[in-house]
Write a protein that binds this ligand. Structure first.
Ligand code: IPM
Ligand code: MG
Length: 368
């Protein structure tokens, strides 16, 4: 059995607590003979800043590059609100994305039937929801230059962020979306703001070209980002794969997360270009943040973290059957009425982070 090389970056806030539960699932998988792992751990975000004065060290970056998959739990928190911008916790996450070339961010939003009542939307709107947001992750306003604040000397300052996309960046993310749509319901909705942004005009043009040239069998729709935000809360089941840029993808994926009941449920995969052997650099992380308000209390939901492990089994290690088993364990636990506080519903057992880990492992055991 191939040994998968993992780098675990627990980060800040609830990060270490949810990563601890994922590690228990890794240990279970080893014991059950399902997979074999070589595990390294390092610091990222505020914890790296406290130890080394940077959001991630060069040594940790080297380990990330050498790994088959990186797992990042969460970064940031009020403790680091005043640290210099270049070394703020989020800079570690952004460096990982950029330097590993992780341009394709897959954010599935699946509403487990047992959780339909945990959503702020009506049950019939969200029950059975299964959509996939494909977010461009290494371009756009997150990385475009110039990115500055200039003192104009008259009591005024000028802040500039640059939204920038080139053809190849749009082309490759569109291909990821079309390929994935073919494995699902064969519909791609592309989203931008071509009515006010030049980058939106190019985005729409390139996505259409890629579609017409190579993916005419997939249905393509275009939806302005503001309208898409509205449609996501009106009737989200009309969508299958949504492809959009870095900033709109950030916003739309938080909306999509809430449809599923809790941000604590959503895993994500960030993938790079495949090399000659078909191997991609990859990082897996929950969509949620470090939740400093509940950190250290043992009540965080580890499901998004463990769901990210399922995504790794599917996208990095070609073990879709194991991914299915983990996802089945997640729905089994929910069906059994076990909930962390963020997804509690009427009449359910509210359990701790660790008890949720126990329950997931018990479900995996029970599957045999
Ligand atoms: C996300 C997060 C990050 C982002 C932050 C932590 C920089 O919100 O992964 O969605 O904006 O991309
Ligand atoms: Mg976000």
């Amino acid at each position: 059995m191939a040994t998968h090389k993992l780098l675990l970056l627990a980060g800040d806030g609830i990060g270490p607590e949810i990563m601890a539960e994922m590690k228990r699932v890794l240990a279970w998988m080893e014991k059950a003979g399902v997979a074999s792992f070589a595990i390294e751990e390092d610091l990222v975000g505020g914890s790296a800043y406290d130890a080394h004065g940077v959001a991630i060290t060069d040594a940790a970056m080297d380990r990330a590059k050498a790994a088959d998959a990186v797992f990042l739990a969460a970064v940031g928190g009020p403790k680091w609100a005043a640290v210099p911008y270049e070394v703020r916790p989020e800079a570690g996450l952004l460096r990982l994305r950029k330097d590993l070339g992780l341009f394709a961010n897959l954010r599935p939003a699946i509403c487990y039937p047992a959780l339909a009542d945990a959503s702020s939307l009506k049950r019939d709107v969200v029950e059975g929801l299964d959509i996939l947001i494909v977010r461009e992750l290494t371009g756009g306003v997150y990385f475009g230059e110039p990115k500055t604040i200039t003192d104009l000397g008259n009591g005024q300052k000028r802040a500039i962020d640059t939204q920038l996309y080139e053809t190849y960046e749009i082309d490759r993310i569109a291909r990821v979306a079309f390929e994935l749509a073919r494995t699902r319901r064969n519909l791609v909705t592309s989203s931008e703001k071509h009515n006010v942004m030049r980058s939106g005009v190019l985005w729409k043009e390139v996505v259409t070209q890629v579609h017409d040239a190579d993916y005419a069998d997939v249905k393509l729709e275009h939806n302005l980002a503001d309208s898409l935000a509205m449609q996501l809360v009106r009737w989200p089941k009309q969508f299958d794969v949504i492809v959009t840029d870095n900033l709109f993808g950030d916003i739309l994926s938080d909306i999509a997360a809430m449809l599923t009941g809790s941000l604590g449920m959503l895993p994500s995969a960030s993938l790079g270009e495949a090399d000659a052997n078909g191997k991609r650099s990859a990082m897996y992380e929950p969509v949620h943040g470090s939740a400093p308000d509940i950190a250290g209390k043992g009540i965080a939901n580890p499901i998004a973290m463990i769901g990210s492990l399922a995504m790794a089994m599917r996208y990095s290690f070609n073990q879709g059957d194991v991914a299915d088993r983990i996802e089945k364990a997640i729905s089994g636990v929910l069906d059994a009425g076990k909930r962390t506080a963020d997804i509690k519903t009427e009449g359910c057992d509210v359990i701790s982070t660790k008890a949720m880990g126990d329950a997931l492992i018990a479900q995996l055991e029970a599957q045999g």
